[in-house]
Structure formats: structure tokens, C-alpha cells
Design a protein around this ligand. Structure first.
Ligand code: ZN
Length: 456
């Protein structure tokens, strides 16, 4: 494994006003891990190759379905996210204590929501020929606020323990120690409902690796389905806020804008590196990411470049080094393409292996209202997501006073009086509203029950 940094003078249209930063060569452990896993157990090779074929076939089928469907646009879906932090007290102190962890979590969610919805301001500096390719996944990552048993969580759990990521050679025991309480880490929450992120110290004994992301399919193909999720190094966790105590220290150069997780989640949603699956330094023009709209690329781009930047595989406009699945670093990343987004969206569509993550928005709601009223109301909303009309059913219709539907800015878009209920069901029509997420407040005499619904 390489272990060195390069100080680079940065310039050009893609860089904006940045001056210089040290750059990691091996940002991500996926290729190294894959190589180690396959060499430790050659029988995995067959399962792994089948996974590559299957994930592409699923994405192609999804793309055909989308192009044939009258309703191409899908609404925003909510994915509950759980952060599991396993660090020593000394390491926790380095990133500002528990307060620092919480700040990093909030900023980290903001970054992935911005990047995955193409709201990042630096899309303005995507080179003109690549601009039409900018993809938007339309996904809303939110902290989980309910544990699998229904009790409250902040969305972050911390175990103070000297857990070092113990390397690739001991696969699978080394890689999954963070993901098992019995081995000093923290068990995932049900990974068919929650996206699990583990924040650990990968870096100290593993060169410059900042993260590793496994899709549910990839983890299953390698015989370890519980490993689905992302391992993130604590030095590349969240977005640096200069000058704020506890929030500006201890960031790796080139990894201080929270985009290590943007990259690793790309792997979670079955993307490979933009140059293919080969380890850094051994790429070729045959190996590819199997995405139609990303240019062929020979190898990782380990420093920011000036457009157009060509290589042995692609002349003309050259390679798309500013893609999140390359290695240029946080300051230079700009986009996922539409083709990449289609591949990712196929995993959270009906039938995809991460579909379950989109079906539990209630896990992001605080269970403060989960009390006798929640139980008495026995409230169900269906279908959710909806294309316009949906029904709310209650266990006890007599006590319903009113249903209000609010958009995400708090404006009321629909109101139904409890007297208008049909037995124990109220029908709501959102057909004249924009696609997105809405809050449904059901007011009973005893209190209010709140749900979210997605309008597609
Ligand atoms: Zn990677």
C-alpha cells in the first residue's frame, strides 16, 4: 500500500480560489479490500463476478423501466442514517469531544444531502461539456431517531474503545470488528431499514485510507451481508468549519469537506471507481466502471487537474477527474453523472437490495409522541410514497379532530376535519402539489401523531 502525500499547487477553472493542499493517494480502501478478500478466499471470485453482472443487469432493467414509464420523475425518498462511533477518549478529544462528534454528524449529513441532490454550489465550475451529465439522486438522508426497538436515539451512538481497524489481511475478521459489539465495535441497526455508518480510526495503521463502502449486494457476494454500510476514518468525518473550536481541528488535508462519505456512499449504492475496479496504479483502458456516460479512464486521478485533462484512454474533453468516484479530493469533486445516478437509484427502487431503506421514514421521527396516543391511534398511511391520493386509517376515529398536511417549509397545503372521516379512514389528495416530502399531523383529542409522506 502506498503511504505518501503530495503537496500540489492547484490552479485552473475547476479549482476556484483554492491554493494548495496535501493529497492522499489511496483515499479509499475498496480496491485493496477486494483484492485481499478475493486472495484470502478464491471461491469468492465467482460470487463477486456474478455480483458485477447482476448489479449491472438490475441497473439496465431499471433504466429501461424508467424510460418506458410515463412517470419518470420519482419523489424524494427518506433514508434513515445511524452513526456508530468507536474511538478512544484521546481520539474523541482530538475532534472536539462529544460536542465535536455531534457537529461533525450534522455537517456530514448536510454534505451528503447537498452532493446527492446536486445542490452543491461548485457545480457552477463543472466544465461545460460535462454539465449536461450532472445527475440528481433525489434522496434525503436523515438521522435515525428511533432504534429498532422503538426507543429514542439521537442518530449517533458512541463507544469509547481502542478499536483500530485491523486491516485487510485478516478478512473478514479484521474488516468487520467495527461492526460487531462482541468484537469491540457496535452492531449495525437492521441494515434492511437503516444506513449504517461507522466512524473509526482506520488511518493509523492503514496508510492513508479514509473510508470503505460496501453495498448490500457486494457484502453478500463476499459472504458477509452484515458488513453493508460505510467505514469512515475519524479524520475525514464531517465538514470543517474554520475557527470553530472542536470543529476545525484534525481534518486530513484534501478530506475536510465531508466528501469522503459522498464517495463511499457511491460504493454503497453499487458504483465502482470511475477508472474501474483495479487498484490504483495498475489501471488500463479495458477495465471500466460500466457506466455509459463517464469517459473511459486509465487510472485514479490523485490530484486536481485543469480541464481538459486527457489520458491514454480518452482524448478530446478528456477524463472526468472531478467525478466523486475519482480520487481528486474534496475541494475538486463536483458531480455524479446521470448514468451513475441511474445505477444508484436502481438499488433503492422496488426490487433493489437497498429498497427497504426508503420504506421507513418513521424511523427518522422522534418517538416523543409515541405514547398512549400513538398506540391508541394505531395510525397507518398508505400508499407511502403516494402519487397523489392517500388514505390515513385510525384505530379510533371518534377522537380525531383534524388532519393537517404541511410542506417542508411548514406551509399547510391540506386540511381535513375529523368529521369528514369515512369511518376510521380519511382520504387526502395532494395532486395539485409539488413532488416531495410532506408532514402529516393528525390531531386527536388526546394529542397529535405525526408522520411523513413522500409525494412522487
Ligand atoms: Zn472508493
Amino acid at each position: 500500500m502506498r503511504k505518501f502525500s503530495l503537496a500540489l499547487a492547484l490552479s485552473g477553472m475547476v479549482m476556484g480560489g483554492n491554493t494548495a493542499f496535501a493529497q492522499h493517494t489511496e483515499r479509499c480502501g475498496n480496491d485493496i479490500f477486494l483484492k485481499a478478500a478475493l486472495s484470502s478466499n478464491p471461491s469468492l471470485e465467482v460470487a463477486y463476478k456474478q455480483y458485477l453482472v447482476d448489479s449491472k443487469a438490475k441497473a439496465d432493467a431499471f433504466e429501461r423501466e424508467m424510460s418506458n414509464s410515463a412517470q419518470k420523475a420519482t419523489g424524494t425518498v427518506i433514508i434513515p442514517v445511524m452513526f456508530h462511533v468507536i474511538l478512544t477518549q484521546e481520539e474523541i478529544d482530538k475532534i472536539g469531544g462529544i460536542a465535536g462528534i455531534n457537529k461533525r454528524v450534522i455537517s456530514q449529513l448536510d454534505v451528503i444531502n447537498t452532493d446527492y441532490n446536486a445542490r452543491n454550489a461548485d457545480t457552477a465550475t463543472i466544465p461545460t461539456p460535462f454539465k449536461p451529465l450532472l445527475g440528481n439522486m433525489n434522496v434525503n438522508f436523515q438521522l435515525a431517531h428511533r432504534k429498532p426497538d422503538g426507543t429514542v436515539t439521537s442518530g449517533v451512538e458512541v463507544r469509547v474503545a481502542p478499536l483500530l481497524f485491523s486491516g485487510y489481511s485478516s478478512y473478514p475478521s479484521g474488516s468487520d470488528s467495527a461492526k460487531k459489539t462482541s468484537k469491540g465495535g457496535l452492531d449495525p441497526y437492521d441494515n434492511t431499514k437503516y444506513l449504517n455508518i461507522w466512524v473509526v480510526n482506520i488511518n493509523s495503521d492503514n496508510g492513508n485510507v479514509l473510508g470503505i463502502g460496501y453495498s448490500p449486494d457486494f457484502a453478500a457476494a463476499l459472504g458477509a451481508p452484515d458488513n453493508a454500510g460505510v467505514l469512515l476514518d475519524f479524520s475525514a468525518f464531517g465538514k470543517r468549519t474554520p475557527g470553530v473550536p472542536g470543529f476545525s481541528e484534525f481534518y486530513e488535508s484534501g478530506a475536510d469537506k465531508g466528501r469522503t462519505l459522498t464517495h463511499e456512499l457511491g460504493h454503497f449504492f453499487t458504483l465502482w471507481h470511475i477508472w474501474g475496479n483495479t487498484a490504483v496504479g495498475s489501471g488500463n483502458c479495458t477495465d471500466d466502471d460500466d457506466i455509459g456516460d463517464t469517459p473511459k479512464q486509465k487510472d485514479a486521478t490523485t490530484s486536481c487537474q485543469t480541464f481538459p485533462y486527457t489520458d491514454a484512454c480518452t482524448a478530446g474533453n478528456g477524463i472526468m477527474f472531478m467525478n466523486y468516484m475519482d480520487y481528486v479530493g474534496d475541494a475538486c469533486y463536483r458531480l455524479f453523472t446521470k448514468g451513475q445516478v441511474t445505477r444508484m437509484a436502481s438499488t433503492i427502487s422496488n426490487g433493489g437490495t437497498a429498497y427497504g431503506l426508503t420504506q421507513h421514514p418513521e424511523l427518522t421521527m422522534y418517538p416523543t409522541a409515541v405514547s398512549s396516543i400513538e398506540e391508541k391511534a394505531n395510525l397507518n398511511i398508505f400508499p407511502n410514497p403516494t402519487t397523489g391520493v392517500f388514505d390515513i386509517s385510525f384505530g379510533n376515529a371518534r377522537s380525531l379532530k383534524e388532519v393537517r398536511v404541511l410542506n417542508m417549509t411548514g406551509q399547510m397545503v391540506s386540511k381535513v376535519n375529523g368529521a369528514q372521516a369515512n369511518g376510521n379512514t380519511v382520504r387526502i389528495d395532494l395532486n395539485n402539489n409539488a413532488k416531495g416530502i410532506y408532514i402529516v399531523q393528525c390531531q386527536f383529542e388526546e394529542g397529535t401523531v405525526v408522520r411523513k409522506i413522500t409525494l412522487q
